[in-house]
Design a protein around this ligand. Structure first.
Ligand SMILES: [Zn+2]
Length: 102
């Protein structure tokens, strides 16, 4: 048999317990090379750069399919920089200051 609850907890007791259950927003910084949101003190997952140096040769590790996807993304980003604004280019727009706010 399982344990039997000795006494009912009040709403106050329940709410005090749950006061620590809220989730915090993840702090993100911006990659100096590609401008994507990255976790601080970690290599950029996208371009493999950290501290202004290339640590991981990301391009060499990609599969054919992933390479094609990257090429398409880079072409789209290039166009966006040239002045044509397309929808769906949300990643470079991420502002770490805003994301870190509660
Ligand atoms: Zn990067």
């Amino acid at each position: 048999m399982g344990g039997v609850q000795p006494k009912r907890h009040t709403k106050s007791k329940r709410n005090r317990r749950r006061s620590h259950l809220a989730l915090k927003k993840t702090f993100l910084s911006v990659c100096t090379k590609c401008g994507r949101a990255v976790l601080p003190h970690r290599i950029c997952e996208y371009c493999g750069f950290y501290d202004g140096r290339e640590i991981v040769d990301v391009a060499a590790r990609l599969t054919k399919k992933e390479k094609k996807k990257r090429e398409r993304e880079e072409a789209a980003a290039h166009e966006a920089r040239a002045g044509h604004r397309h929808s769906g280019e949300a990643t470079p727009e991420l502002n770490p200051e805003e994301l870190s706010k509660k």
